[in-house]
Structures are given as C-alpha cells and as structure tokens.
Design a protein around this ligand. Sequence first.
Ligand code: AVW
Length: 248
Amino acid sequence: IYKWYRSGLNRWHGPGSTPDFQDIIEDRCYNYTQRIRPDSRSRNCQEIKQAFMSAFISKDPCKATKEDYRRLIDLADPTVPCNKRVLWSKTKELAREYAKLRGLVTLEDTLLGFLADRLHWCGEPGSPDLNTWSCPDWEKDCRTNYRSVFWEVLSERFAESACGTVQVVLDGSLENAFNEMSIFGRVEAPNLKPMVTLQAWLVHDPGKPPRDSCSGSSITKLKSILSERNVRFICRDNLSRDEFLGRF
Ligand code: AVW
C-alpha cells in the first residue's frame, strides 16, 4: 500500500496544480495584453499558453531546466521600464502595494509574472495532464521543480536587465532579513548590473519588533555580494509598514 501511495500522483509534498490552470493562464493573458498593458496587444496568447504547457507537460516534475522555459521566455520578454523595479523577499504583498503607490513595478507586473502569480503546476511523465494532487516541494522533494525553476529564470532576467535604482523590500521582523538561499539572495542580487544602485528597505510587521537592521550580519553579507559586483547600496531600517508606505 505504502509503495503504491508513494509512486502515485500523491507522492509529492507541495500543493498540486491549481485547478483550471490552462484557463487561468489564458484568461490572465487576454486580460493583461488587452486591458492592463495594451502596448503588448500583439502578443499571441494561444502561442504563449502552448509554450507554457509544453515546458512541463509529460515531463519528470523534478527535472526542470532553464532550457525548458526558453521558448516561453522568448515569446514574452519583459517590457516594463528598467529603472522602476522593486524586488522583494518574504514581503510580496507589501512590495506590491508600495510599487503601486509609487508607480513602480514588481515581477508580477510583467506578462509572465502576472500569468503565473500564486499558481502551482506540474506534470507527470507519460501523462498529458497536470497533477492536481501534489507537486514537488523545494525543500522536501527537489529544488529543480518546474515552479521554482520558472521563478528563478524570470527573476534572473528581471534583475539582470534592471537599471538605475532598484529597490528591495525586506522583512525586518526576521532574524535574517537577507536570506542567501532565497531567490532574491541566490538569483537577483548576484545578477544586478554594475552601476545599479540597490535601495533596501527593512520593514517590520505591525505588532512585531524590528529584529534585523542595516548593520546586522545578514545585510553585511548582502553588501559584500554587491560590492564584488560594483553595485552601490543604500539601506534604511527600523521602518513600520505605515512609515514605509508614507502614511504616518
Ligand atoms: P520568498 P524570494 N507567485 O518570499 O526572495 C507565487 O522567500 O525567494 O522570496 N510564487 C512566487 C512568486 C509569485 N508571484 N514569485 C516568486 N514565487 C516563488 C521574484 C518563488 O519560488 C521576485 F522578483 C520564491 O522563492 C522577488 O524579488 C517563493 O515563491 C523574489 O523572486 C517566495 O519566496 C522573491 O523570491
């Protein structure tokens, strides 16, 4: 029984594919290209959806490579301004709110980030369907799962093509606001171009005290990664949510 269970669709430790994944991708694509950013009207949503599906359908869900997403990425390169980008780590909702208030953009404002925001997906070798029971978890199953590799590829592009001042919103209530194992730490910070300025904001949760600061060891590590790349660094800490969003 155990062996059957572990070899079946239920064997992974992460949430299964989002129900109606294909329809959601298609609806979001039309919404984005026709309403949200009409300057991207010429994008072919059918082609984009097909490229997304064929990246992972029928494949081993633990063997994702950047190559698998090449065609999709080429069909939908980011068109958002390079000097208005906001990165985040453990602070997605806050970063999105900040970006919206200031006329800046996060990865979820690009076509592919918008399509995949909050969704889960994985396939199964030999099957034309998505596995809606379970998908591999980054820690418990495998790091090279299709969802993680997707966000890594997208994040790498988003960071390496950024210019001017890039901002990052970090959670100052954590012991380590900067985490070297996060996508921001592993993929984005090490891919910023020389001459970019990174502005970090350490914002603590309402009701929680600040635990990390600009002079703490995690931010010192971030500084050293950046100085090797000649990226300038500015940091502000001890901000409450309201101070950060500019409402006092
Ligand atoms: P995290 P990271 N929708 O909060 O620094 C669903 O520790 O690792 O922050 N899942 C997502 C989305 C999304 N919109 N975006 C990322 N993920 C996944 C992209 C991904 O596997 C942005 F530009 C990530 O490791 C941020 O600057 C995890 O959920 C940066 O990556 C969130 O982990 C945030 O990644």
